[in-house]
Design a protein around this ligand. Structure first.
Ligand SMILES: Cc1cc2nc3c(=O)[nH]c(=O)nc-3n(C[C@H](O)[C@H](O)[C@H](O)COP(=O)(O)OP(=O)(O)OC[C@H]3O[C@@H](n4cnc5c(N)ncnc54)[C@H](O)[C@@H]3O)c2cc1C
Length: 321
């Protein structure tokens, strides 16, 4: 029964042509009404918790619509295709860096932009003047950098968007953990969201025969797990890892590490389109292109690249370059 109601729900979501009609409804309410409480509690609620923690009841149905429609669209042209690039995104970054330098761009490494100053209709940053400034960092950081030049309306919109943080544990193991590539967690008592076993998709021969296991965990910065050391976090995860994979043996673990991101995922609440800022801000020459402006698709590397092209076009047009 749960499976058929789940399937019917997917078909219903795919039949919705325009997300505008559902952006004022929460995912929770829509799923309970259209698929029943059991489908919500067994399938969607754990997924919402794993991405949005205690904000799970606020998430717009437009967000889920974006995920389902793009991953399963019948049109080959717009279907999202998941994949892995040999050598990782590093390959793109290195080639981009090379191209930019060869074409006269200057890149500053390990440099934190703290503020900008408007001077004679130009922008002053670190002793150089520019026609335009584009921020691609999270709203709270952009707010600090642009602080004297944002309108009240722009500040209000930035303040309306909350972010979840993320702690990602990467484990290097002598043995595979499970035979699955992607395992979403449907048990609310397990303190992490999912296990992605990279070497069940990409051969372990790329990693000296070792297995790479990625444990995702989205949470708010005030979560008690966010403050723990990597050793403390590992200790908390360990009994659950053993529970999930019967033959799991901690002696097989070669190493593990934890990577934190403060602004990992904008919380896509109802009527989210009201909160989106345009690329061009009100002050001449100021631009922003960052994760919360990607909607109704869920943020991702491909959308970041697409947005890069779009904002570059907008700047070129505005400055008549
Ligand atoms: C846990 C996790 C898993 C994900 N998994 C996937 C996935 O499987 N597939 C996928 O497509 N996407 C995934 N994403 C999303 C993807 O990482 C983002 O969509 C993408 O990185 C956004 O790119 P960006 O350039 O906008 O921002 P970012 O990649 O966040 O880059 C912003 C950069 O700005 C720098 N910065 C911040 N402040 C300053 C400052 N003041 N001065 C100078 N520099 C500064 C930061 O250090 C950072 O390097 C994942 C994200 C997370 C958090």
């Amino acid at each position: 029964m749960i499976k058929s109601n789940f399937g019917i729900g997917i078909l219903k979501i795919k039949s919705i042509k325009n997300y505008n009609k559902i952006e004022n409804i929460t995912t929770e309410n829509w799923i309970i009404k259209n698929c029943g409480k059991k489908v919500y509690e067994k399938i969607w609620e754990p997924l919402l918790i794993s991405k949005y923690a205690d904000k799970k009841s606020k998430i717009s149905m437009a967000w889920l619509w974006g995920k389902i429609n793009l991953r399963s669209s019948s049109s080959k042209l717009i279907t999202e295709c998941l994949g892995y690039m040999d050598g990782s995104f590093e390959v793109i970054i290195q080639n981009l860096e090379k191209y930019l330098i060869e074409n006269g761009c200057k890149i500053k490494y390990n440099y934190e932009v703290k503020n900008i100053v408007e001077l004679n209709s130009k922008w002053l940053l670190d002793g150089n003047t520019y026609d335009a400034i584009l921020s691609t960092v999270a709203y709270p950081i952009t707010k600090k950098i642009y602080k004297d030049y944002l309108s009240n309306e722009e500040i209000q919109k930035m303040d309306m968007v909350k972010y979840t943080a993320a702690r990602t544990m990467i484990i290097t193991s002598k043995k595979p953990f499970t035979s699955f590539y992607w395992l979403n967690n449907g048990d609310k008592n397990i303190p992490f969201g999912g296990i992605i076993e990279h070497t069940n998709m990409v051969s372990s021969s790329n990693y000296n025969g070792n297995n790479i296991i990625y444990i995702s965990n989205y949470m708010f910065q005030n979560d008690k797990l966010f403050k723990l050391s990597k050793q403390e976090l590992y200790k908390i995860y360990l009994p659950y890892l053993k529970k999930i994979a019967d033959n799991f043996n901690s002696n097989d673990i070669i190493d593990y590490d934890v990577y934190d991101e403060l602004y990992a995922q904008p919380v896509i609440e109802t009527n989210y389109s009201d909160k989106i800022l345009p690329f061009k801000l009100q002050r001449k020459g100021l631009y922003i292109a960052t994760m919360p402006q990607i909607y109704p698709e869920d943020r991702g590397m491909n959308y970041a690249i697409k947005m890069g092209y779009e904002v570059a076009d907008a700047i070129y047009k505005e400055l008549e370059l």
